[in-house]
Design a protein around this ligand. Structure first.
Ligand code: 13P
Ligand code: SF4
Length: 353
């Protein structure tokens, strides 16, 4: 394209299509379900975190462009072959929740928790940096996603005396509820002042220690929204993502991962109404996909992940053009962290084959 300032989203769309044709089998574009429609239109595969992680090893293309947030592209880099390159079109597309857990603080916390003599097994939600996954791998822990959190929490509880679940205390509490682990056996850690404020007595008793992070996007959903939706749409089912608060999950008819929500919409009976509490780009896509058969409504329109939507068609086009010109910068990861991080990720993929 000659004049970038004048280019419209449609121009970028056509230019992306042309580059995809040119790059052919050397290129695969994958994208998370929270990507905007004008990006999803160009991806070869969409998926949730677990599906995307599983699919990387089956991709043979030399160039993998990842439309999502930084930790997802890092996991793809970790799982891709050495002769493949992984690109994230906008490096600043980061997960806010993932950024609440710096690896040095986690390392200090693990040392402190283990000083009790208890065997503490870390279980990291996939929404964490490579450096955090490496700490988790070194301490014998594993990764989980929202789709397999119950399986992985059960696995982790069987490995030691207690589990440190991070960074999302909402997902941790919701998963513990599913497994029937009573609230009095859980403890949310105080991570202030480098971990100096931790209540060691509580740590000595708890079976589940929770990092105090959460997703600001899913935190917008409140139980009264479910009440209002049911008043306005009698008979509607409310389903939400397990990153919502336990109160919100308790007020919903069901909670589950992104892929669970997609399946629920597919399986909903004709003429029914589904009110969905998760990221708005996915909800809008479900609304369009099922229009005329099932009414899919958002629980709140404000739940937009501004990091996911940093990937715009212009950025995707720039990345593809750079690949064609041999000038693209593949995502680099610290090789010292890659080994233990891969161990943590592989433990999950083995448990949930
Ligand atoms: P999924 O694991 O359901 O794909 O969710 C990832 C995520 O970032 C949700 O906010
Ligand atoms: Fe992270 Fe929340 Fe965005 Fe998911 S929706 S990528 S958890 S900030």
């Amino acid at each position: 394209m000659s004049d970038l300032n004048e280019a419209s989203s449609q121009d970028f769309g056509r230019a992306i299509d042309a580059l995809r044709t040119e790059l052919g089998r050397d290129l695969v574009i994958v994208g998370h379900h929270y990507q905007a429609d004008d990006i999803v239109a160009h991806v070869d595969h969409t998926g949730d975190s677990l599906e995307l992680a599983r699919m990387i090893e089956g991709i043979k293309a030399r160039h993998i462009v990842f439309c999502g947030v930084h930790f997802m592209a890092e996991s793809a880099r970790l799982l891709a072959a050495a002769d493949q390159a992984v690109y994230l079109p906008v490096l600043e597309a980061r997960c806010t929740m993932s950024d609440t857990t710096p690896a040095p603080l986690l390392e200090a916390m693990m040392t402190r928790l283990k000083s009790t003599g208890r065997r503490i097994v870390p279980l990291a939600y996939v929404n964490t940096s490579l450096a955090v996954k490496a700490v988790v791998g070194r301490h014998g822990g594993a990764v989980c996603t929202s789709a397999n959190a119950p399986t992985m929490l059960k696995w982790a509880l069987d490995q030691g005396d207690a589990v440190l679940f991070l960074p999302d205390h909402n997902l941790g509490n919701n998963t513990a509820d599913q497994l029937g682990l009573p609230p009095e056996r859980r403890h949310i850690l105080n991570i202030r002042q480098g971990g100096n404020q931790v209540d060691m007595e509580a740590v000595g008793k708890a079976a589940l220690l929770l990092w105090p992070g959460c997703c600001p996007i899913h935190a917008v959903f409140k139980p009264d929204m479910a009440d209002k939706a049911r008043r306005l749409h009698p008979g509607a089912r409310v389903i939400v993502h397990p990153e919502c608060t336990p109160e919100m999950v308790g007020a919903a008819d069901a909670a589950g991962s992104t892929s669970f929500i997609i399946r629920q919409a597919q399986a909903a009976p004709e003429g029914s109404t589904l009110v969905v509490g998760t990221e708005i780009n996915l909800v809008r896509r479900l609304t369009a996909r099922h229009a005329g058969r099932v009414e899919v409504l958002p629980l709140a329109v404000s739940a937009c992940c501004s990091n996911m939507t940093k990937i715009r068609p212009a950025a995707l086009w720039r990345t593809l053009r750079a690949i064609r010109e041999g000038a693209a910068q593949p995502l680099q990861i610290d090789q010292a962290q890659a080994g233990p991080a891969r161990e943590a990720l592989t433990r999950m993929l083995q448990q949930c084959a």
